[in-house]
Design a protein around this ligand. Structure first.
Ligand SMILES: O=CCCCC(=O)O
Length: 485
């Protein structure tokens, strides 16, 4: 398949049953560089038939894989971890090219994403049931943990590696087989990962990767199949809702990691400089294209001006450009639609009365770039406060009481991540309990950690990835009743 010479393995096909193949009728789609729209590669465009072939392979491999030794599964994950660590630079370069993030950030994602493999290589051998006496002493109660079975793992474009490894890692550890559908915009990193798992010794059929430009048709067909037992999805809330509906007929197990609208609360007692450092991380990681990204900055009126000025100063000094160029801090957004959507939110906020402190436009010239932007005095009901921005824009508004801050923070259908900056311990404890979020960062702008349970509440979905909880999503429980004697 034609395309530019890219870092990493030259695999652009479907990975099914341990081998590479073309899509049905040789269909392909193109992957473009978001920095200038040029074609990076032509990738096999999996059809529904190809996806069913992949599921056939996963189903055929399931029983043998479930029966394999947990230590063997852990060691395959560990080998993949070592291979990825050795290839950090080429994977980071590839991810930067297909997604836009800077090579430095992409290296960070390789390290972060790879830690899920190390974590689950260690968790593979810790799966256990229990043995207990029934309260009345009349029987013994045993539980056995079993892999849930063949899974469909649907990964997003914004973290092409980490969102894959945090699903694939626990699935492998638990003894599940899988069909992975990477995002159409960024399939190349996942294809490189398939090659690495193959080299690490993963048996044929355990991991199958099917890129496609027809995602809805593929998931619909696979989810109608009773052999598919689980779906794990990271992406938008509307698509998540659709998948939940589709799961009804076959009652598949689900993990849904959906949208966010993270509040970032700065109280009057906060260390403002630390809050600005945290804001830069929580807002600008991945150019703001993260479900955990701080979306609404709620700052106490006593420190709002100082916070906004310092934040605007830092944002205004960021260098925007190609992710592969030295000295660049902020790469392009994923496509032109993303730039238009971000700009519309900014212009609507200004129309609603917000003051533009810095940024507010796309640079002249080609590519999907947007200037880091700070808005002050954003109206509460402005669209930018209700929608996930997914771009480098920080809308700041002020509050006066803790009760008001909590109420406004919780006024959203989403419940993924929230950030709090305060030096008051009692307030920290209160807020951790009152904020309706799956994750709360206190005096930090980075909450993601492979050893922690990642996930949301309400319209942000359900299920947890990473941590001790991550493998549970791929395990079933069978209870065995035994007589007392
Ligand atoms: O968009 C959501 C991806 C989450 C990235 C992370 O793990 O922090």
């Amino acid at each position: 398949m034609p395309g530019r010479t890219l870092p990493g393995p030259d695999q652009r096909g479907l990975f099914i049953d341990g081998g590479w193949r073309e899509a049905e009728e040789g269909a392909t789609f193109t992957v473009r560089d978001p920095a200038d729209g040029s074609v990076l590669a032509s990738v096999a465009d999996g059809s529904v038939r190809d996806a069913v072939d992949a599921l056939d392979a996963a189903v055929a491999a399931q029983a043998g894989w479930a029966a394999s030794a947990p230590r063997d599964r852990g060691e395959i994950l560990r080998r993949a971890f070592e291979l990825i660590r050795a290839r950090t630079d080429e994977l980071a370069e590839l991810m930067s090219l297909e997604m836009g993030k800077t090579v430095t950030e992409a290296r960070g994602e390789v390290a972060y994403g790879n830690e899920f493999l190390r974590w689950f290589s260690e968790e593979a051998v810790r799966v256990h049931g229990r043995w207990m006496h029934a309260p009345d002493g009349a029987s013994r109660l045993l539980t056995v943990r079993k892999p849930v079975g063949p899974c469909l793992l649907i990964t997003p474009w914004n973290f092409p590696m980490a969102m894959g490894t945090r699903k694939i890692g626990p699935a492998i550890a638990a003894g599940c087989t899988m069909v992975v559908k990477p995002a159409e915009l960024t399939p190349l990193t996942m294809l490189a990962l398939a090659d690495i798992f193959d080299e690490a010794g993963l048996p044929p059929g355990v991991l199958n990767v099917v890129p496609t430009s027809r995602a809805a048709a593929m998931s619909e067909a696979l989810m109608a199949d009773p052999r598919l037992r689980k779906v794990s999805f990271t992406g938008s809330t509307p698509v998540g809702r659709q998948l939940v509906r589709q799961s009804a007929d076959q009652l598949q197990r689900l993990s849904m990691e959906l949208g966010g609208n993270a509040p970032f609360l700065v109280f009057a007692d906060a260390d403002v400089d630390a809050a600005v450092d945290g804001a830069m991380l929580a807002k600008m990681r991945n150019m703001g294209e993260a479900c955990t990204a701080a979306n609404r900055f709620l700052v106490h009126t006593d420190v709002a001006r100082e916070f906004a000025e310092k934040l605007a100063d830092r944002m205004g000094r960021l260098v925007v450009g190609r992710g592969q160029d030295p000295g660049v801090d902020v790469g392009p957004l994923i496509d032109e639609r993303a730039v238009d959507a971000v700009h519309r939110l900014v212009t609507d906020a200004v129309r609603d009365g917000a003051r533009l402190v810095v940024g507010g436009s796309a640079p002249e010239g080609p590519g999907c770039f947007y200037h880091p932007t700070v808005l002050l005095d954003v109206a509460q009901d402005s669209e930018i406060n209700r929608q996930e921005i997914f771009g480098p824009v920080a809308p700041v508004s002020v509050f006066t009481t803790e009760e008001e801050a909590v109420r406004r923070a919780n006024t959203t259908e989403y419940g993924l991540a929230a950030y709090v900056f305060t030096r008051d311990l009692a307030r920290t404890v209160r807020l951790a309990e009152l904020l309706e979020y799956g994750m709360v960062g206190v005096n930090t702008g980075l909450i993601s950690n492979p050893a922690a349970p990642f996930g949301g509440l309400k319209a942000s979905g359900f299920g947890r990835e990473g941590g001790f909880e991550g493998i549970e999503e791929y395990l079933e429980t069978t209870y065995v009743a035994l007589p007392a004697t």
